[in-house]
Design a protein around this ligand. Sequence first.
Ligand code: ITT
Length: 205
Amino acid sequence: MDILLVATHNQGKLRELQTILGDLDITLRSLRDVGIDTVVDETGNTYEENARLKAEGYLRLSGLPTLADDSGLEVAALQGAPGVYSSTYGGVTATAQFEYLLKQLEGLPFHQRLARYVCVIALARPGHPTEFVQGTWPGVIEFEPRGSYGFGYDPLFYVLDQDCTVAELTPEQKNAMSHRAAAARAARSVLARWQAEGWPQPTSL
Ligand code: ITT
């Protein structure tokens, strides 16, 4: 059986990946599924560093080929901030983060509020260099939050071709067009190649 460890405790992320990798005949396991409760800290300054730390860290802990992602929101007018620090920018609650971000953009018109979500996925297997893929999703930071689906900055992230915020899209719609979905589709090609080369067997620990 081709087993891939997905380095997340978030079952939503696991389901989303399952949809995209479904036809590859790979069994996805979460950290909880394999009984790992150690947290590999995201101490890097880039998405790549954090995704690598998680993918290689959990490969070491489990012996299994591992997929890990890191993502964030980048706002052009803020020179790419909050970026890799998105989860703590302006506080840890959604309300504090919205208020802080809106304050930073105060007075800026719609066309100067361009932003994008970025997702980097690292894929680590025993005996090979770690591989990286990424996906992005362009949008505009709204003037006030709207919608209740999703998480993080979704209520402020307006998607032009959908004419709504991400928090107004259903999870299915978001999963079909998100930065994470784009990165997962790119990861799919890497995993299909790993299968063609012979799926990496778990290393003994
Ligand atoms: P892990 O436990 O898997 O690391 P996380 O909640 O830390 O998940 P990410 O690393 O995927 O989330 O994303 C970091 C931050 O970037 C997240 O806390 C949000 O502020 C923002 N972000 C990333 N993707 C997002 C999305 O799809 N919708 C809203 N905000 C997002």
